[in-house]
Design a protein around this ligand. Sequence first.
Ligand SMILES: Cc1cc2nc3c(=O)[nH]c(=O)nc-3n(C[C@H](O)[C@H](O)[C@H](O)COP(=O)(O)OP(=O)(O)OC[C@H]3O[C@@H](n4cnc5c(N)ncnc54)[C@H](O)[C@@H]3O)c2cc1C
Length: 489
Amino acid sequence: MSENTVTISCDVAVAGLGASGLMAAYGAAKAGARVVAIDAAPSMAGTTNMRTSAAFAVGSSLQQASSEPLGIEEYMAWINKGTNYQSNQKAMRAIIEASGRAIDAFVEAGMPFDVDFEHTDSSTPMMVRGGHLYGLNGPDRAEVFSRLVESVGVQCVFNTALTGLIYDENGIMAGIMCAGEVARIEARAVIIATGGFLGSPEEVAKRFAGASIVCGGNQLCRGAGINAAIEAGAQIGKCFSISMNEYGGANPKASPSYSYRPGYNTNEALRLPIFGGLLVDAQGERFVDEGVMCERTMFCCEPMLRSSCSYAICDEAFMRRWESEPIARFMGDARMQGMFAEFFAPDMRVQFAKAIEEGWAFSAGSIEEIAERFELPSLSQTVAEYNECCAVGCDTLFFKDAKYLAAVSEPPFYCVQSSPCGWLSLGGIRCNGSMQALDPSGKPIDALFVAGADADIFTSPYYAPGSANGFAIGSGLIAGETAAKSALG
Ligand SMILES: Cc1cc2nc3c(=O)[nH]c(=O)nc-3n(C[C@H](O)[C@H](O)[C@H](O)COP(=O)(O)OP(=O)(O)OC[C@H]3O[C@@H](n4cnc5c(N)ncnc54)[C@H](O)[C@@H]3O)c2cc1C
Protein backbone atom coordinates (compact mmCIF):
# COMPACT_ATOMS: atom_id res chain seq x y z
CA MET A 1 0.00 0.00 0.00
CA SER A 2 1.44 3.39 -0.93
CA GLU A 3 2.00 5.86 1.85
CA ASN A 4 -0.64 8.58 2.27
CA THR A 5 0.81 11.89 1.07
CA VAL A 6 -2.38 13.95 0.94
CA THR A 7 -1.62 17.54 1.90
CA ILE A 8 -4.13 20.34 2.48
CA SER A 9 -3.31 24.01 2.90
CA CYS A 10 -5.18 26.55 4.96
CA ASP A 11 -4.68 29.47 7.36
CA VAL A 12 -5.61 27.72 10.60
CA ALA A 13 -5.44 23.99 11.38
CA VAL A 14 -7.52 22.71 14.29
CA ALA A 15 -6.75 19.33 15.88
CA GLY A 16 -9.86 17.91 17.53
CA LEU A 17 -13.51 18.65 16.80
CA GLY A 18 -14.86 18.14 20.31
CA ALA A 19 -16.30 20.94 22.41
CA SER A 20 -13.32 23.29 22.17
CA GLY A 21 -12.10 22.35 18.67
CA LEU A 22 -15.55 22.80 17.15
CA MET A 23 -15.85 26.27 18.63
CA ALA A 24 -12.22 27.08 17.70
CA ALA A 25 -12.82 26.12 14.08
CA TYR A 26 -16.00 28.18 14.03
CA GLY A 27 -14.31 31.20 15.65
CA ALA A 28 -11.34 31.16 13.26
CA ALA A 29 -13.47 30.74 10.14
CA LYS A 30 -15.97 33.37 11.25
CA ALA A 31 -13.01 35.75 11.63
CA GLY A 32 -12.13 35.18 7.99
CA ALA A 33 -9.55 32.39 8.08
CA ARG A 34 -9.56 29.30 5.85
CA VAL A 35 -9.84 26.50 8.38
CA VAL A 36 -9.23 22.76 8.23
CA ALA A 37 -10.26 20.79 11.32
CA ILE A 38 -9.48 17.13 11.94
CA ASP A 39 -10.74 14.56 14.41
CA ALA A 40 -9.54 11.02 15.09
CA ALA A 41 -13.19 9.90 15.33
CA PRO A 42 -14.89 8.53 12.19
CA SER A 43 -17.51 11.30 12.07
CA MET A 44 -19.01 14.17 14.05
CA ALA A 45 -21.12 11.56 15.87
CA GLY A 46 -17.95 10.10 17.38
CA THR A 47 -16.64 13.35 18.85
CA THR A 48 -16.82 13.74 22.62
CA ASN A 49 -19.28 16.60 22.81
CA MET A 50 -21.96 14.32 21.38
CA ARG A 51 -22.23 12.75 24.85
CA THR A 52 -22.12 15.71 27.23
CA SER A 53 -25.11 17.15 29.05
CA ALA A 54 -24.54 20.79 29.84
CA ALA A 55 -22.20 23.75 29.49
CA PHE A 56 -21.87 26.32 32.23
CA ALA A 57 -21.78 29.76 30.67
CA VAL A 58 -22.14 33.39 31.59
CA GLY A 59 -23.63 36.15 29.47
CA SER A 60 -25.57 34.14 26.89
CA SER A 61 -28.57 35.87 25.32
CA LEU A 62 -30.77 33.19 26.92
CA GLN A 63 -29.62 34.24 30.39
CA GLN A 64 -30.86 37.77 29.85
CA ALA A 65 -34.35 36.42 30.63
CA SER A 66 -33.31 36.28 34.30
CA SER A 67 -34.19 39.20 36.54
CA GLU A 68 -30.63 38.94 37.93
CA PRO A 69 -28.42 37.27 35.31
CA LEU A 70 -25.26 35.63 36.56
CA GLY A 71 -22.25 37.91 36.12
CA ILE A 72 -18.59 37.22 35.40
CA GLU A 73 -17.47 38.65 38.74
CA GLU A 74 -19.85 36.43 40.69
CA TYR A 75 -18.87 33.25 38.85
CA MET A 76 -15.14 33.97 39.14
CA ALA A 77 -15.50 34.68 42.86
CA TRP A 78 -17.36 31.39 43.33
CA ILE A 79 -14.67 29.33 41.59
CA ASN A 80 -11.84 31.16 43.33
CA LYS A 81 -13.42 30.70 46.74
CA GLY A 82 -13.84 26.98 46.14
CA THR A 83 -10.36 26.42 44.75
CA ASN A 84 -8.12 28.95 46.49
CA TYR A 85 -7.32 30.70 43.22
CA GLN A 86 -5.97 27.58 41.51
CA SER A 87 -7.35 28.47 38.11
CA ASN A 88 -5.38 30.42 35.50
CA GLN A 89 -6.93 33.82 36.29
CA LYS A 90 -6.17 35.56 32.99
CA ALA A 91 -7.52 32.69 30.97
CA MET A 92 -10.52 32.15 33.25
CA ARG A 93 -11.57 35.81 32.98
CA ALA A 94 -11.43 35.72 29.20
CA ILE A 95 -13.01 32.28 28.87
CA ILE A 96 -15.98 33.07 31.07
CA GLU A 97 -16.61 36.17 29.01
CA ALA A 98 -16.47 34.12 25.80
CA SER A 99 -18.64 31.28 27.14
CA GLY A 100 -21.93 33.14 26.62
CA ARG A 101 -20.95 34.08 23.06
CA ALA A 102 -20.20 30.43 22.37
CA ILE A 103 -23.67 29.43 23.56
CA ASP A 104 -25.16 32.10 21.31
CA ALA A 105 -23.27 30.65 18.35
CA PHE A 106 -24.79 27.23 19.07
CA VAL A 107 -28.24 28.79 19.34
CA GLU A 108 -27.78 30.52 16.01
CA ALA A 109 -26.84 27.18 14.43
CA GLY A 110 -30.12 25.70 15.72
CA MET A 111 -29.24 24.17 19.10
CA PRO A 112 -32.08 24.46 21.61
CA PHE A 113 -31.03 24.62 25.26
CA ASP A 114 -33.15 23.26 28.07
CA VAL A 115 -33.08 26.24 30.46
CA ASP A 116 -35.48 28.16 32.64
CA PHE A 117 -33.74 31.48 33.26
CA GLU A 118 -37.04 33.38 33.59
CA HIS A 119 -37.39 31.87 37.05
CA THR A 120 -33.88 32.55 38.30
CA ASP A 121 -32.43 35.33 40.39
CA SER A 122 -29.38 35.72 42.62
CA SER A 123 -30.81 33.28 45.17
CA THR A 124 -31.11 30.42 42.63
CA PRO A 125 -28.47 27.63 42.85
CA MET A 126 -25.41 28.39 40.75
CA MET A 127 -25.83 25.38 38.42
CA VAL A 128 -29.32 26.53 37.42
CA ARG A 129 -28.13 30.10 36.83
CA GLY A 130 -25.25 29.09 34.55
CA GLY A 131 -26.13 25.64 33.25
CA HIS A 132 -27.13 25.32 29.59
CA LEU A 133 -28.44 21.80 28.99
CA TYR A 134 -28.01 20.78 25.34
CA GLY A 135 -31.52 20.21 23.95
CA LEU A 136 -30.62 17.73 21.20
CA ASN A 137 -28.97 14.32 21.22
CA GLY A 138 -27.74 11.75 18.71
CA PRO A 139 -27.90 12.57 14.98
CA ASP A 140 -29.83 15.81 15.63
CA ARG A 141 -27.00 17.12 17.79
CA ALA A 142 -24.37 16.04 15.27
CA GLU A 143 -26.29 17.86 12.54
CA VAL A 144 -26.23 21.15 14.47
CA PHE A 145 -22.52 20.77 15.26
CA SER A 146 -21.79 20.17 11.56
CA ARG A 147 -23.98 23.09 10.54
CA LEU A 148 -22.16 25.39 12.96
CA VAL A 149 -18.79 24.87 11.29
CA GLU A 150 -19.97 24.29 7.74
CA SER A 151 -21.92 27.56 7.78
CA VAL A 152 -18.62 29.42 8.00
CA GLY A 153 -16.77 27.19 5.52
CA VAL A 154 -14.67 24.96 7.80
CA GLN A 155 -13.36 21.85 6.07
CA CYS A 156 -13.78 18.90 8.47
CA VAL A 157 -11.67 15.76 8.05
CA PHE A 158 -12.44 12.71 10.19
CA ASN A 159 -10.55 9.48 10.83
CA THR A 160 -7.46 11.64 11.03
CA ALA A 161 -5.22 12.12 14.06
CA LEU A 162 -2.67 14.78 14.87
CA THR A 163 0.76 13.21 15.28
CA GLY A 164 3.00 16.29 15.48
CA LEU A 165 3.63 19.90 14.53
CA ILE A 166 5.55 21.09 11.48
CA TYR A 167 7.99 24.00 11.49
CA ASP A 168 9.83 25.37 8.43
CA GLU A 169 13.58 25.77 8.20
CA ASN A 170 13.34 29.15 9.94
CA GLY A 171 11.44 27.71 12.86
CA ILE A 172 8.14 29.27 11.72
CA MET A 173 4.92 27.34 12.31
CA ALA A 174 4.03 25.45 9.13
CA GLY A 175 1.14 23.18 10.17
CA ILE A 176 0.52 19.68 11.47
CA MET A 177 1.38 16.10 10.62
CA CYS A 178 -1.46 13.61 10.70
CA ALA A 179 -2.24 9.92 10.42
CA GLY A 180 -5.40 8.96 8.53
CA GLU A 181 -7.18 10.52 5.56
CA VAL A 182 -4.65 13.33 5.36
CA ALA A 183 -0.90 13.25 5.98
CA ARG A 184 -0.15 16.92 6.35
CA ILE A 185 -2.03 20.16 6.84
CA GLU A 186 -0.05 23.26 6.00
CA ALA A 187 -1.18 26.18 8.12
CA ARG A 188 0.08 29.46 9.53
CA ALA A 189 -1.51 28.85 12.92
CA VAL A 190 -2.43 25.68 14.79
CA ILE A 191 -5.00 25.10 17.52
CA ILE A 192 -4.59 22.03 19.68
CA ALA A 193 -7.87 20.75 21.10
CA THR A 194 -7.52 16.99 21.43
CA GLY A 195 -9.30 16.59 24.75
CA GLY A 196 -6.60 15.70 27.27
CA PHE A 197 -5.20 12.27 28.04
CA LEU A 198 -7.61 10.10 30.03
CA GLY A 199 -7.55 7.47 27.25
CA SER A 200 -3.88 6.74 27.93
CA PRO A 201 -3.07 4.78 31.13
CA GLU A 202 0.61 5.81 30.81
CA GLU A 203 -0.18 9.54 30.59
CA VAL A 204 -2.64 9.19 33.48
CA ALA A 205 -0.06 7.51 35.70
CA LYS A 206 2.48 10.23 34.80
CA ARG A 207 0.20 13.14 35.72
CA PHE A 208 -1.77 11.53 38.59
CA ALA A 209 0.98 10.14 40.79
CA GLY A 210 0.81 6.59 39.47
CA ALA A 211 -2.97 6.24 39.82
CA SER A 212 -4.98 4.19 37.40
CA ILE A 213 -8.24 5.79 36.33
CA VAL A 214 -10.92 4.09 34.28
CA CYS A 215 -11.66 6.22 31.21
CA GLY A 216 -15.42 6.77 31.05
CA GLY A 217 -15.07 9.25 28.22
CA ASN A 218 -13.44 9.28 24.79
CA GLN A 219 -10.69 6.64 24.53
CA LEU A 220 -9.22 8.54 21.55
CA CYS A 221 -8.05 11.34 23.87
CA ARG A 222 -4.56 10.08 24.65
CA GLY A 223 -2.50 13.20 25.12
CA ALA A 224 -1.32 13.54 21.51
CA GLY A 225 -2.03 17.28 21.44
CA ILE A 226 -0.35 18.00 24.76
CA ASN A 227 2.73 16.00 23.80
CA ALA A 228 3.00 17.69 20.39
CA ALA A 229 2.88 21.09 22.10
CA ILE A 230 5.54 20.05 24.63
CA GLU A 231 7.76 18.91 21.77
CA ALA A 232 7.34 22.35 20.23
CA GLY A 233 8.66 23.93 23.42
CA ALA A 234 5.43 24.57 25.30
CA GLN A 235 5.28 24.23 29.08
CA ILE A 236 2.89 21.78 30.70
CA GLY A 237 0.93 23.20 33.64
CA LYS A 238 0.84 21.68 37.10
CA CYS A 239 -2.87 21.60 37.92
CA PHE A 240 -4.60 18.37 36.91
CA SER A 241 -7.96 17.01 37.89
CA ILE A 242 -10.68 14.76 36.59
CA SER A 243 -14.40 15.13 36.41
CA MET A 244 -15.33 11.89 38.17
CA ASN A 245 -18.29 9.67 37.27
CA GLU A 246 -20.91 10.84 39.73
CA TYR A 247 -23.20 7.82 39.29
CA GLY A 248 -21.17 4.97 40.70
CA GLY A 249 -17.95 2.97 40.74
CA ALA A 250 -16.04 1.36 37.92
CA ASN A 251 -14.22 -1.87 37.24
CA PRO A 252 -12.75 -2.81 33.85
CA LYS A 253 -13.93 -6.42 34.41
CA ALA A 254 -17.60 -5.39 34.70
CA SER A 255 -19.96 -5.95 31.76
CA PRO A 256 -21.84 -4.82 29.76
CA SER A 257 -20.52 -1.47 30.96
CA TYR A 258 -17.42 -1.10 33.12
CA SER A 259 -18.51 2.17 34.70
CA TYR A 260 -21.89 2.89 36.22
CA ARG A 261 -24.16 4.94 33.97
CA PRO A 262 -27.95 5.24 34.24
CA GLY A 263 -29.67 3.79 31.18
CA TYR A 264 -26.66 1.72 30.11
CA ASN A 265 -27.74 -1.53 31.77
CA THR A 266 -24.73 -1.35 34.09
CA ASN A 267 -24.49 -3.89 36.89
CA GLU A 268 -26.15 -2.30 39.94
CA ALA A 269 -23.40 -3.63 42.19
CA LEU A 270 -21.26 -0.77 40.86
CA ARG A 271 -23.44 1.57 42.93
CA LEU A 272 -22.08 0.25 46.23
CA PRO A 273 -18.82 2.28 45.99
CA ILE A 274 -20.72 5.54 46.34
CA PHE A 275 -23.45 4.56 48.75
CA GLY A 276 -21.79 6.28 51.68
CA GLY A 277 -21.23 2.90 53.37
CA LEU A 278 -17.83 1.51 54.27
CA LEU A 279 -14.93 2.16 51.86
CA VAL A 280 -11.41 0.78 52.37
CA ASP A 281 -8.12 0.99 50.48
CA ALA A 282 -5.70 -1.76 49.45
CA GLN A 283 -4.63 -2.13 53.09
CA GLY A 284 -8.22 -2.64 54.18
CA GLU A 285 -8.20 0.72 55.98
CA ARG A 286 -10.73 3.52 55.70
CA PHE A 287 -9.34 6.52 53.82
CA VAL A 288 -12.16 9.07 53.55
CA ASP A 289 -15.48 10.31 54.93
CA GLU A 290 -17.60 8.10 52.68
CA GLY A 291 -20.58 10.45 53.00
CA VAL A 292 -18.69 13.19 51.16
CA MET A 293 -17.82 10.76 48.37
CA CYS A 294 -21.48 9.90 48.12
CA GLU A 295 -22.73 13.46 47.98
CA ARG A 296 -20.03 15.13 45.90
CA THR A 297 -18.62 12.26 43.88
CA MET A 298 -17.90 14.29 40.77
CA PHE A 299 -15.65 16.69 42.64
CA CYS A 300 -14.00 14.42 45.24
CA CYS A 301 -11.55 12.50 43.13
CA GLU A 302 -8.43 13.22 45.21
CA PRO A 303 -8.97 10.62 47.99
CA MET A 304 -10.03 8.08 45.34
CA LEU A 305 -6.93 8.79 43.25
CA ARG A 306 -4.74 8.36 46.32
CA SER A 307 -6.22 4.96 47.04
CA SER A 308 -6.43 4.22 43.27
CA CYS A 309 -8.33 0.98 43.88
CA SER A 310 -10.92 0.80 46.66
CA TYR A 311 -13.29 -1.74 48.17
CA ALA A 312 -16.89 -1.04 49.22
CA ILE A 313 -18.31 -3.33 51.87
CA CYS A 314 -21.80 -3.96 53.21
CA ASP A 315 -23.69 -6.64 55.11
CA GLU A 316 -26.87 -8.62 54.58
CA ALA A 317 -29.08 -6.00 56.28
CA PHE A 318 -27.82 -3.39 53.80
CA MET A 319 -28.37 -5.80 50.91
CA ARG A 320 -32.02 -6.37 51.95
CA ARG A 321 -32.56 -2.63 51.93
CA TRP A 322 -30.84 -2.22 48.60
CA GLU A 323 -33.17 -4.69 46.88
CA SER A 324 -36.37 -3.45 48.48
CA GLU A 325 -36.23 0.34 48.90
CA PRO A 326 -35.58 3.22 46.48
CA ILE A 327 -31.89 4.02 46.84
CA ALA A 328 -32.63 7.69 47.42
CA ARG A 329 -34.06 6.92 50.84
CA PHE A 330 -30.71 5.93 52.20
CA MET A 331 -28.10 7.59 50.03
CA GLY A 332 -26.84 10.99 49.10
CA ASP A 333 -27.93 14.57 49.33
CA ALA A 334 -30.88 16.36 47.73
CA ARG A 335 -29.27 16.19 44.28
CA MET A 336 -28.75 12.42 44.45
CA GLN A 337 -32.20 11.98 45.92
CA GLY A 338 -33.64 13.98 43.04
CA MET A 339 -31.81 11.90 40.44
CA PHE A 340 -32.73 8.51 41.90
CA ALA A 341 -36.03 9.22 43.70
CA GLU A 342 -37.93 6.21 42.37
CA PHE A 343 -35.02 3.96 41.72
CA PHE A 344 -34.47 0.54 43.28
CA ALA A 345 -33.03 -2.80 42.21
CA PRO A 346 -35.15 -5.82 43.19
CA ASP A 347 -32.82 -8.18 41.27
CA MET A 348 -29.78 -6.96 43.17
CA ARG A 349 -28.71 -10.46 44.23
CA VAL A 350 -28.74 -11.74 40.64
CA GLN A 351 -26.63 -8.80 39.56
CA PHE A 352 -24.24 -9.28 42.45
CA ALA A 353 -23.81 -12.96 41.56
CA LYS A 354 -22.82 -11.89 38.02
CA ALA A 355 -20.30 -9.43 39.46
CA ILE A 356 -18.76 -12.23 41.53
CA GLU A 357 -18.56 -14.41 38.45
CA GLU A 358 -16.77 -11.63 36.57
CA GLY A 359 -14.22 -11.35 39.38
CA TRP A 360 -14.78 -7.84 40.72
CA ALA A 361 -17.08 -8.61 43.68
CA PHE A 362 -17.20 -11.19 46.44
CA SER A 363 -19.55 -12.42 49.12
CA ALA A 364 -18.68 -14.49 52.17
CA GLY A 365 -19.88 -15.52 55.58
CA SER A 366 -17.03 -13.74 57.34
CA ILE A 367 -15.06 -10.54 56.93
CA GLU A 368 -11.86 -12.61 57.16
CA GLU A 369 -12.77 -14.43 53.93
CA ILE A 370 -13.32 -11.12 52.14
CA ALA A 371 -9.99 -9.86 53.50
CA GLU A 372 -8.30 -12.96 52.15
CA ARG A 373 -9.99 -12.81 48.73
CA PHE A 374 -8.86 -9.22 48.05
CA GLU A 375 -5.71 -9.26 50.22
CA LEU A 376 -6.84 -6.54 52.64
CA PRO A 377 -4.71 -7.14 55.76
CA SER A 378 -6.35 -4.58 58.08
CA LEU A 379 -9.95 -5.23 57.07
CA SER A 380 -11.07 -7.19 60.14
CA GLN A 381 -9.78 -4.53 62.50
CA THR A 382 -11.27 -1.74 60.36
CA VAL A 383 -14.71 -3.35 60.38
CA ALA A 384 -14.56 -3.90 64.16
CA GLU A 385 -13.67 -0.23 64.72
CA TYR A 386 -16.25 0.94 62.22
CA ASN A 387 -18.97 -1.08 63.94
CA GLU A 388 -18.05 0.55 67.27
CA CYS A 389 -18.56 3.95 65.60
CA CYS A 390 -21.93 2.78 64.25
CA ALA A 391 -22.98 1.56 67.71
CA VAL A 392 -22.44 5.01 69.27
CA GLY A 393 -23.54 6.94 66.17
CA CYS A 394 -20.26 8.83 65.89
CA ASP A 395 -17.48 8.41 63.33
CA THR A 396 -14.41 9.23 65.40
CA LEU A 397 -12.04 8.66 62.45
CA PHE A 398 -13.37 10.80 59.59
CA PHE A 399 -16.45 12.31 61.26
CA LYS A 400 -18.94 11.35 58.59
CA ASP A 401 -22.60 12.20 59.02
CA ALA A 402 -24.29 9.69 61.33
CA LYS A 403 -26.97 9.02 58.70
CA TYR A 404 -24.40 7.05 56.70
CA LEU A 405 -23.26 4.90 59.64
CA ALA A 406 -24.64 1.41 58.89
CA ALA A 407 -22.91 -1.39 60.79
CA VAL A 408 -21.29 -4.22 58.83
CA SER A 409 -22.34 -6.96 61.20
CA GLU A 410 -24.91 -9.35 59.72
CA PRO A 411 -23.46 -12.11 57.53
CA PRO A 412 -23.14 -12.75 54.68
CA PHE A 413 -20.94 -9.79 53.76
CA TYR A 414 -20.55 -8.23 50.31
CA CYS A 415 -17.59 -6.46 48.73
CA VAL A 416 -17.12 -4.60 45.43
CA GLN A 417 -13.73 -3.69 44.01
CA SER A 418 -13.75 -0.33 42.25
CA SER A 419 -11.46 2.20 40.60
CA PRO A 420 -11.93 5.92 40.11
CA CYS A 421 -13.57 6.65 36.77
CA GLY A 422 -13.39 9.98 35.00
CA TRP A 423 -15.12 11.59 32.07
CA LEU A 424 -11.97 13.42 30.98
CA SER A 425 -8.67 14.78 32.25
CA LEU A 426 -8.60 18.48 33.02
CA GLY A 427 -5.31 20.34 32.72
CA GLY A 428 -2.63 20.76 30.09
CA ILE A 429 -0.43 23.31 28.35
CA ARG A 430 0.16 26.66 30.03
CA CYS A 431 -1.54 29.48 28.17
CA ASN A 432 -2.54 33.12 28.45
CA GLY A 433 -5.95 34.76 28.09
CA SER A 434 -5.66 34.61 24.29
CA MET A 435 -5.13 30.83 24.54
CA GLN A 436 -1.60 31.13 23.17
CA ALA A 437 0.61 28.26 24.32
CA LEU A 438 3.41 29.53 26.59
CA ASP A 439 7.01 28.43 26.84
CA PRO A 440 8.71 27.77 30.21
CA SER A 441 9.55 31.47 30.57
CA GLY A 442 5.90 32.42 30.10
CA LYS A 443 6.34 33.84 26.58
CA PRO A 444 3.78 32.94 23.88
CA ILE A 445 4.90 30.44 21.29
CA ASP A 446 4.23 31.92 17.88
CA ALA A 447 1.10 30.65 16.11
CA LEU A 448 0.41 27.84 18.59
CA PHE A 449 -2.89 27.85 20.50
CA VAL A 450 -4.45 25.42 22.96
CA ALA A 451 -8.03 24.98 24.14
CA GLY A 452 -10.25 22.85 26.35
CA ALA A 453 -8.80 19.90 28.22
CA ASP A 454 -5.43 20.37 26.48
CA ALA A 455 -5.00 23.76 28.20
CA ASP A 456 -3.97 24.74 31.72
CA ILE A 457 -7.26 26.42 32.56
CA PHE A 458 -8.78 24.11 35.15
CA THR A 459 -8.60 23.64 38.90
CA SER A 460 -7.89 20.67 41.09
CA PRO A 461 -10.26 19.33 42.18
CA TYR A 462 -12.77 19.88 39.41
CA TYR A 463 -14.95 22.45 41.11
CA ALA A 464 -17.88 23.74 39.09
CA PRO A 465 -20.35 21.41 37.36
CA GLY A 466 -20.53 22.16 33.65
CA SER A 467 -17.37 24.26 33.74
CA ALA A 468 -15.47 21.55 31.84
CA ASN A 469 -17.70 22.15 28.85
CA GLY A 470 -18.17 25.87 29.48
CA PHE A 471 -14.41 26.40 29.66
CA ALA A 472 -13.93 24.21 26.58
CA ILE A 473 -16.30 26.14 24.34
CA GLY A 474 -15.17 29.52 25.72
CA SER A 475 -11.48 28.77 25.32
CA GLY A 476 -12.13 27.29 21.87
CA LEU A 477 -13.86 30.43 20.65
CA ILE A 478 -11.01 32.63 21.89
CA ALA A 479 -8.35 30.33 20.41
CA GLY A 480 -10.12 30.42 17.04
CA GLU A 481 -10.45 34.17 16.98
CA THR A 482 -6.86 34.87 18.02
CA ALA A 483 -5.42 32.15 15.77
CA ALA A 484 -7.22 33.74 12.80
CA LYS A 485 -5.68 37.10 13.67
CA SER A 486 -2.25 35.53 13.96
CA ALA A 487 -2.59 33.68 10.63
CA LEU A 488 -4.08 36.58 8.67
CA GLY A 489 -1.54 39.04 10.05
C1 LIG B 1 -20.26 11.02 28.95
C2 LIG B 1 -19.72 12.38 29.22
C3 LIG B 1 -20.54 13.36 29.73
C4 LIG B 1 -20.05 14.63 29.99
N1 LIG B 1 -20.89 15.58 30.44
C5 LIG B 1 -20.42 16.82 30.69
C6 LIG B 1 -21.29 17.84 31.12
O1 LIG B 1 -22.49 17.66 31.21
N2 LIG B 1 -20.78 19.06 31.41
C7 LIG B 1 -19.45 19.32 31.29
O2 LIG B 1 -19.03 20.43 31.60
N3 LIG B 1 -18.60 18.39 30.83
C8 LIG B 1 -19.06 17.15 30.53
N4 LIG B 1 -18.22 16.18 30.06
C9 LIG B 1 -16.86 16.57 29.79
C10 LIG B 1 -16.71 17.01 28.33
O3 LIG B 1 -16.16 15.97 27.63
C11 LIG B 1 -15.87 18.22 28.22
O4 LIG B 1 -16.53 19.27 28.86
C12 LIG B 1 -15.54 18.66 26.79
O5 LIG B 1 -15.93 17.75 25.82
C13 LIG B 1 -14.08 18.92 26.69
O6 LIG B 1 -13.82 19.52 25.46
P1 LIG B 1 -12.44 19.35 24.70
O7 LIG B 1 -12.60 20.01 23.40
O8 LIG B 1 -11.34 19.74 25.56
O9 LIG B 1 -12.26 17.79 24.46
P2 LIG B 1 -13.20 16.81 23.67
O10 LIG B 1 -14.58 17.32 23.61
O11 LIG B 1 -12.94 15.47 24.25
O12 LIG B 1 -12.65 16.86 22.19
C14 LIG B 1 -11.44 16.30 21.81
C15 LIG B 1 -11.61 15.68 20.45
O13 LIG B 1 -10.32 15.40 19.94
C16 LIG B 1 -10.34 14.15 19.26
N5 LIG B 1 -8.98 13.64 19.29
C17 LIG B 1 -8.30 13.03 20.29
N6 LIG B 1 -7.02 12.81 19.92
C18 LIG B 1 -6.89 13.32 18.69
C19 LIG B 1 -5.80 13.42 17.78
N7 LIG B 1 -4.58 12.94 18.07
N8 LIG B 1 -6.01 14.02 16.60
C20 LIG B 1 -7.25 14.50 16.26
N9 LIG B 1 -8.31 14.42 17.08
C21 LIG B 1 -8.13 13.85 18.28
C22 LIG B 1 -11.35 13.32 20.00
O14 LIG B 1 -11.92 12.36 19.17
C23 LIG B 1 -12.36 14.37 20.47
O15 LIG B 1 -13.48 14.45 19.59
C24 LIG B 1 -18.68 14.91 29.78
C25 LIG B 1 -17.85 13.93 29.25
C26 LIG B 1 -18.37 12.68 28.97
C27 LIG B 1 -17.45 11.65 28.39
